[in-house]
Structures are given as C-alpha cells and as structure tokens.
Design a protein around this ligand. Structure first.
Ligand SMILES: *[C@@H]1O[C@H](CO)[C@@H](O)[C@H](O)[C@H]1NC(C)=O
Length: 585
C-alpha cells in the first residue's frame, strides 16, 4: 500500500514536473558520436560561502564563438535557488578531441581588471555543468605579497564516457596570465575524451563525501540519540505509570471518606483542574492555525525525506526544492483538517479567518523573508535575486492550489471531528491558579522543554548546516529520517512530562505551554546557528549575514512550529487519557 502511494506520488510529481518547467534537450543523457555537448556556465562566487553567487558573466569573461543555444529553461526550484545557466559558447562534440584552442579574448581595461582583482582577492570560484555534472574551477590566484594577480586562462576538460553516456568530467586550470591593464588576454580550452568504467548510475558518487557524512561521529550520535530515546521513553512511562496509579488510588480512597475527612484530606494534584483542562486555550485562532501548520510541516518533512531516500534528488538541480513546494501544496488539506477541527472544538466561530491565517502563515513567513533578502540580493546584483515571473508563479500556487485545498481540509475537519467531545465538562467559572514554586511557572517549563530535543538533533544540525553552507552534497537521508523520528519521540516525551508537572501544580494552561515547550527547541537551534556562523563559516558582509540569519530564522521557526504541533498532539492524547480514567463526582 505504502509503495503504491509513493509510486503514485512520484507519478503525479513527474506529471507536474513536465507541465511546469521545460526540459533541457540533454535530459536523455545519451549522445551519438559528434553530437553537440553543451557546457553551461552557472555562477561565480566566494569559496567560503556557497550561498553567495553571481552570474558567471557578471565577471567580464568573454563568450565563445558558438551562439546556437539560447538561455536554458529552468525549473521553479532552480529559479528559486538562483541557478542561472548560460551557454559558454564553447564548441564541444561527443567523443571529439579538441586541442588547445583560443575561443575568445578579453580586452582588459581598468574596470575589467578591477573586477577580476576583486574576485581573485575574495577567492572566487565558478561553477559549470556538462550533462548535469557540476564542475568547479578557480578564477585566479594572487602571489604571496598580494600585489600581482593572475587569471587562469586555459580550461583543460577531460571527459569520461561509458558507452553513449557521459560519466565523469575533470577540469584542470592552466595558463596563468598576469593581469596588466590594457592588454588582451586569450581564453582557451581543450577537450579530451576518455573511456571510463564508471557506471552512469554511480557518476555522482565522486561528489559525495562518505568520509564526512558517514563518519564514526555521525553513527555514534545517532546511536546516542537512540539510546536516549529508549531511556527517556522508559523513564517517562515508568514515572507516569507509578504516579498515575498512586494518584488514582488516592482519588478513589478519597471517595470512600466522608465529607468531614475529605475536607481535612489533602486535595491537590491534577484532578483538581478537571473542570478547566479542556477550557479553550488563549487566542484559539492563532493557536489552531499554528497547530495546523505544524502538522502540515511534519507531513511535508516526512514525505520529502522518503522521496529523497528513494530517488537521488541531489543529482538534479533544484529538484529538492521543487519537490518540497509540490508536496507542501499537496498536503494543504492536512493543515486545514487539523487547524479547522481544533478551532471548532475550541468553540471558534470565525473559521474562514482561521483558514486564511492557517493557510498563509508559513508561505507568508517564507516569502516575506525571501522578499527582504531579495531586495538586498538585487542591490548586490547577486544571482540569488528571484526573477519576477517566479514570484508570480509562487503567488499563484498559494492562491489557486494551497487555499482551495486548505478549504477542503477545513470543511472536512470541522464536520468530521469538530465536536468538543471532552471526557470532563468545563466549569463556567475558571478556577484560580494557585501560587507555585518558580520552576513550575509555564515560562520556566517552556525554556527548559527544548533542551533535550535539541540535544538529540544538534549533531545532525551540524551536518545539515555544513551541506547547506559549504560545498557538500547532503545525501544520507536515512540518517535524517531517523533523526526526525527520534526528535518527535523525544519531543512528545518531554512535553508530556512538562504538562504533568504543570497540571499537578493545578495550572490548567497546558495547551500553549506544551506547544511552546516543544517549540523552544527552535530557539536553541537558532542559537546554535550563531555559534556555527562565527566559528564554522567565513561569511562576512551585509548580504551574506542577512542571507544566513534570514534563512536560518525561517528554518528554525518552521522546525519550532513542527515540534510544537507534534508535542501538543502527543500531550493532548495524554491529557485526554488521564482524565478519561478518573471518576468525577
Ligand atoms: C578525473 O580525475 C580522477 C582523479 O584524479 C581520475 O580517477 C579520473 O580517471 C579522471 N577522469 C577523467 C575522465 O580523466
């Protein structure tokens, strides 16, 4: 059943893929002898920040003589990630050797020289693609005292082929030429074809870094988190079983006592708030929108990771992001269902408003940040600037796909599970919340709640951050799946314990507390991203800083909403369970 639905999903996915973007002609990845092979120039940017990129031809490189192919048609995911493929103008044919040939000359005036010197000083790299295989090369080099700057002018390409497919590309940069104003610099290339034994399916293996991603530390951290989960689940269930059994025993004994005894008996604990626990949370509209969004993010993460595990998404540019957007749009009913039913249970009346807020909460946050960063990117002429057409496409998806699907989900949720069928009645008058020790205050519980879940994921965060901010391809999605499952279990356990303590202190405001104590994981992740920025990356400047912290904030917030929703769902099942078993007079 599961495999069928995954297959179905992939089918729909590829159908949408075919409708939306236009495929390149090299999509087949097979060539006949002397068929044209296109070298695409992508981006150029500083080595230390793979996220700051500019168009290759933003540096005054010259274009080859061949003009036949125009601009590459990109997918939505590529456009959003700032992929800017432009034809290099180099004449390359399958299995056709090219000896060193000059393809164009740069007339180096003062302005062009300055542009190159700036790029060389900042360790600029450029990226190209042949048949979807990425190639990196350095722009140039400075001598030791940093006065003279040299440009690499000779691109030596070695292409490996297996049958009629390209399986390997190596680039060697040679021909160091000193940058002297008012000279002409000749750019040249050569192509050598070599028979290779690499299988087409394995051609991306050389870009992966198993010694980094499958390092002992990675395995160890997963194992560690796993032990923590077992320990935690054992501990939580033991504590709860014992205390709850004691609580039930005490409550039933109290019932046998007469009124006099009962007045003298110690009346305390979670049972006292049975008339208030199912009171609607504060700000029910916002609360149910957050829970709905969190459930959706959870399902999106699950599905995207499963798809990434089955299909090697990293072999195709931008396909990860395209998949995520598609899955997000397709899972909108989940958001509507959980948000809508929770809102109805809490007696909310403005359900249309709730639906709008729930549907646009995450898209607005992501687009808002992207818009802000886009402004800065446009100012710096970075290739990260998102084209206008792409923005319109994203808005259309929000309005014509996400919103209607959300409406369907909301209507289903309100009608199927919108009845407030709580095990205890809600008293008309709220019970006053007694004074308690400082560490029982909701704010303290919220701050402490995120520590353990963060502890279970922070090693994985290191790997994810590194693959996002440095030149590494993340491919161990099995690990990611395990960590997600571990995170959810730890989060649920921790929030249940937090809620038990809170209710025992006769404080019935458990809904927001459980949500926030789980969501505080994200605060720790964001704090960790500061550490990562200062100690693990070499980024600098307004553009890189705002880009880093902007997208990290989006990532952390999304993670927080997901954890919050998962924690709340687990806790509400727990609360319902304990109050179902208690006899209320
Ligand atoms: C590319 O370089 C690697 C490592 O040096 C080598 O094993 C491989 O054969 C080269 N491929 C081609 C096509 O030259």
């Amino acid at each position: 059943m599961a495999t069928i639905s995954v297959k179905l999903l992939l089918l729909v996915l590829s159908a949408v893929d075919m409708l939306l973007p236009v495929r390149a002609d090299e999509h087949e990845h097979t060539y006949t002898d002397t068929e044209e092979v296109v070298l695409w120039m992508n981006t150029v940017g500083p080595y230390h920040n793979r996220q700051e990129t500019y168009k290759y031809f933003s540096l005054p490189f010259c274009v080859g003589t061949k003009k036949a192919i125009g601009h590459y048609h990109e997918t939505l995911g590529e456009a959003l990630q700032g992929v800017e493929l432009e034809f290099s103008g180099l004449d390359i044919k399958f299995k056709d050797e090219v000896l060193q040939t000059t393809y164009c000359e740069i007339e180096l005036d003062k302005g062009k020289r300055e542009a190159f010197v700036y790029a060389i000083k900042n360790h600029y790299w450029y990226q190209m693609y042949i048949d979807d295989l990425p190639i990196w090369g350095i722009v140039g080099e400075a001598d030791e005292n940093g006065e003279d700057h040299y440009l690499w002018t000779y691109k030596k390409l070695e292409i490996g082929y297996n049958g009629n497919r390209i399986v390997d590309v190596n680039l060697t940069s040679e021909g160091k030429v000193k940058l002297v104003p008012n000279t002409r610099i000749a750019m040249s290339y050569s192509v050598k074809w070599k028979k290779s034994d690499v299988k087409f399916e394995d051609r991306f293996d050389k870009y992966l870094d198993p010694s980094f991603f499958q390092h002992r530390i990675h395995w160890f951290s997963i194992f560690n988190s796993f032990m923590m989960v077992i320990f935690l689940v054992g501990l939580v269930s033991m504590i709860l079983m014992r205390t709850l059994r004691k609580d039930y025993a005490r409550y039933s004994k109290e019932e046998e006592m007469d009124d006099m005894d009962r007045d003298l008996g110690d009346e305390y604990g979670w049972k006292q708030v049975h008339g208030d626990v199912f009171r609607p949370s504060g700000h029910p509209l916002m609360f149910s929108s957050l829970i709905g969004s969190g459930c959706q993010i959870f399902s999106v993460s699950m599905i995207v990771i499963i798809v990434a595990m089955i299909e090697d998404l990293y072999t195709e540019r931008g396909s990860m992001l395209s998949t995520a957007i598609f899955v997000y749009a397709a899972t909108s009913p989940v958001n509507g269902y959980f948000g809508g039913s929770l809102y109805a249970k809490q007696g909310g009346r403005r359900w249309i408003k709730q639906m709008f807020i729930g549907a646009f909460l995450i898209p607005a946050m992501v687009c808002g940040t992207a818009f802000f960063i886009n402004f800065i990117a446009m100012y710096y002429h970075a290739s990260r600037a998102i084209p206008f057409g792409t923005m319109v496409a994203v808005c259309c998806i929000c309005c014509f796909v996400i919103l209607p699907l959300n409406l369907v989900g909301t209507i289903l949720g309100r009608n199927l599970s919108g009845q407030p069928n709580f095990p205890c009645r809600v008293n008309a008058v709220p019970r006053p919340i007694p004074e308690k020790k400082w560490f029982m205050e909701p704010s303290v519980i919220v701050c402490l709640g995120g520590i353990l879940p963060f502890g279970s994921i922070f090693i994985e965060m290191y790997f994810i951050f590194t693959s996002f901010w440095a030149y590494k391809i993340y491919y161990v999605y099995g690990f990611m799946m395990l960590v997600l499952v571990i995170l959810c279990i730890v989060t649920v356990c921790v929030t249940i314990v937090c809620t038990y303590f809170l209710l025992n202190a006769e404080d019935y405001r458990w809904q927001w507390t459980s949500f926030l104590s789980a969501a505080s994981t994200a605060v720790y992740v964001y704090m960790y991203s500061f550490y990562y920025y200062f100690f693990k990356t070499k980024m600098y400047g307004l553009f890189q800083t705002s880009f880093y912290f902007g997208y990290m904030a989006v990532f952390s917030t999304t993670l927080g909403i997901m954890c919050g929703a998962v924690g709340f769902m687990g806790t509400s099942a727990f609360v319902r369970k304990i109050y179902t078993n208690v006899k209320i007079d």
